[in-house]
Design a protein around this ligand. Structure first.
Ligand SMILES: NC(=O)C1=CN([C@@H]2O[C@H](COP(=O)(O)OP(=O)(O)OC[C@H]3O[C@@H](n4cnc5c(N)ncnc54)[C@H](OP(=O)(O)O)[C@@H]3O)[C@@H](O)[C@H]2O)C=CC1
Ligand SMILES: O=C(O)CCC(=O)C(=O)O
Length: 418
């Protein structure tokens, strides 16, 4: 297992864990049992490409702990995907699910590929073969995938169909984040971004900021675009947006509907005529009230953390801030941090609602989904704030401590074979 530490993202997740476990004074045996992932699955995924050639992709699924219920977490399609990255993301899922009091352990999966370079047929073939390779390892009572970076509702529909064809009947509860007509939940598509927006507005109230927040978002995919749209709906002005194609800035605010149309037509935000182009690193350093990294890991480095000019740092992405940056942020108390395992938890909480609805074959209104989601996010925020007050810790450490201690307690209560 220790070979995973060669991966910098896994090493970062472990560094965070160790720091929180030290603060919790977690006994050594429990610490070891809680830290390491339970199951690491690697699969070869052969796909006939449109060219006629067969390419073998590498696929992964990591199940971090099984102590509280099935494992839960997204499937990522990105060139960076490897076992260490997926293991780190699975670990963060564990603390996130426990923080939200969901009856799940953490998991994550993915395939090393560039989804932008795959045709629709290639993406479907890849998804179906990856799902087939995972059939013995996933299940509605054991491990339930969902969308993440580079995957969407269509990928979930193909996964559900492949699994259901194998079972001989429809198994909608095998994945969440699927289209509503085949058992998806109302509100799941927008839930992560709307959860981010809800928490940003709560943080703005706590910081006594006006509602006309200036917002910068890195990543204009599922999380970034819905966070931006929801914040704009509640009175904010989105002044900067970036994605892999580039970054744009407009002090008076960007027309998000027009930007969405442009991005759909041109494959990204680059070249949007109603805003100024800006360097994709510089965009993070522009003055704003809220900075939302909603793309990939480790973009807020120590150096960037010293230069950002926001009042709220809202981590839509998983792991966007390095431990070095956390040290810098500790010296900048004017910045209110919404840590990833809180900030982007709206996605998995709504996935939990989807799973419950599928198991019961009884579906909720969008209003019921969001009322329940915001109640859970509010409770998690208030539990973290109390912990910050009690232990004088950072928001990140408080959130991690709560998640980790719940998992450790489950392991302690369940015990070990004598
Ligand atoms: N989807 C969900 O429900 C949840 C997602 N998350 C996390 O949120 C983050 C984003 O996921 P999601 O929105 O689903 O993914 P999407 O694939 O929908 O969107 C990702 C966005 O990030 C952009 N991007 C990728 N790399 C970079 C980069 N290096 N610099 C700037 N932009 C970049 C992409 O640009 P382009 O389009 O040009 O490739 C795209 O706009 C991930 O960290 C994910 O783990 C967390 C909780 C739930
Ligand atoms: O919706 C889910 O089950 C998981 C979402 C996810 O991958 C995440 O929160 O990072």
């Amino acid at each position: 297992m220790r070979f995973l530490l060669d991966n910098p993202i896994f090493a970062m997740a472990c560094q965070q864990f160790d720091q929180a476990a030290d603060l919790l004074e977690l006994p050594q045996d429990l610490r070891e049992r809680t830290k390491w992932p339970k199951r690491l699955v690697t699969v070869a995924v052969p796909v006939r490409m449109d060219s006629g050639e067969v390419f073998v992709f590498s696929g992964y699924r990591v199940q971090h702990h099984l102590s509280l219920g099935p494992t839960k977490g997204g499937i990522r399609y990105a060139p960076s995907v490897d076992l260490g990255e997926v293991a780190a993301l699975a670990m963060w899922m564990s603390w996130k699910c426990a923080l939200m009091q969901l009856p799940y352990g953490g998991a994550k999966g993915g395939v090393a590929c560039d989804p932008g370079q795959l045709s629709r047929r290639e993406c479907e073939a890849l998804t179906r073969r990856y799902t087939q390779e995972l059939i013995s390892f996933i299940g509605a009572r054991s491990d339930i995938p969902a969308p993440d970076l580079g995957t969407d509702e269509q990928v979930m529909a193909w996964m559900m169909d492949t699994y259901s064809t194998h079972a001989g009947f429809a198994v909608p509860e095998i994945v969440t984040g699927k289209p509503v007509p085949i058992g998806g939940s109302l509100g799941r598509r927008e839930a992560t971004g709307r959860g981010v927006a809800f928490l940003v507005n709560r943080a703005a109230e706590l910081c006594k900021l006006p509602s006309s927040l200036r917002v910068i978002v890195q990543g204009f995919g599922n999380v970034g675009s819905h966070a931006a749209l929801e914040l704009a709906r509640t009175g904010a002005r989105v002044v900067g947006v970036s994605d892999r194609t580039g970054a744009i800035h407009r002090t008076d605010g960007i027309d998000l509907a027009a930007l969405q149309q442009h991005a759909a037509r041109h494959g990204g935000v680059r070249g949007f005529p109603e805003a100024d182009p800006i360097d994709d690193r510089e965009i993070l350093l522009q003055p704003c009230d809220v900075l939302i990294p909603a793309a990939v890991e480790r973009v807020i480095t120590g150096e960037i953390a010293g230069k950002i000019q926001c009042r709220i740092l809202a981590e839509g992405a998983n792991g966007p801030t390095t431990p070095e940056a956390d040290k810098v942020l500790a010296e900048r108390p004017e910045i209110f941090l919404l840590p990833d395992i809180l900030c982007n938890a709206g996605g998995v909480v709504t996935s939990y609602f989807e799973w419950v609805q599928d198991l019961q074959s009884f579906f909720w209104s969008e209003r019921e989904v969001y009322d329940a989601l915001y109640r859970i996010l509010e409770e998690a925020l208030s539990t973290i704030l109390k912990r910050v007050g009690k232990q004088k810790s950072s928001m990140r450490m408080a959130a991690l401590m709560i998640g980790i201690e719940r998992v450790a307690e489950a392991k302690r209560l369940r015990g070990l074979f004598p």
